[in-house]
Design a protein around this ligand. Structure first.
Ligand code: HEC
Length: 119
């Protein structure tokens, strides 16, 4: 009787471990490995980073490569359909050109994408 109970409890414990394992592995892991546990928005998080690091070259006055990153729609379009997120994480050919942004700042772009590019 007792043996049976122990066996059943073992089974439950095993199942719980497996389920827990699954729920952990399916969580989205950001490229940078820096976890962010809140919603990221363009206005609060992304715009200031673009303003401080990109607009010297990507504003409407003589934009590098024709890429303008002044508005929400322009930045979202480059992140969603262009290669903005690839380039800010590209150690060999980074944007901005003088070196990668901090991991914390790059993680904000990953989370912005996961959250659905909220304005
Ligand atoms: C000092 C000038 C400079 C700064 C600052 C700069 N860029 Fe660029 N960017 C360029 C130039 C020049 C190119 C074209 C050459 C290339 O692709 O490397 C370019 C190309 C790009 C491209 C690829 C081309 C395209 O049309 O998609 C992306 C994406 C990009 N930049 C995003 C950014 C982002 C995001 C930032 C800020 C985090 C930034 N850049 C900061 C000069 C700059």
């Amino acid at each position: 009787m007792l043996m049976l109970k122990i066996k059943r409890m073992r089974k439950i414990f095993y199942l719980a471990t497996v389920l827990l394992g699954f729920s952990c592995t399916t969580a989205e892991i950001p490229l940078t490995g820096v976890p962010i546990d809140r919603t990221v928005t363009y206005q609060r998080d992304i715009q200031p980073i673009i303003f401080n690091n990109c607009l010297t070259c990507h504003s409407s006055i003589n934009p590098a490569n024709g890429l303008i990153l002044e508005s929400y729609v322009q930045v979202k379009n480059s992140a969603q359909n262009g290669n903005l997120i690839t380039r800010i994480n590209d150690g060999a050919n980074p944007m901005p050109q003088n070196g990668l942004l901090t991991a914390a700042n790059r993680a904000l772009f990953d989370k912005w994408k996961v959250d659905g590019y909220i304005e």
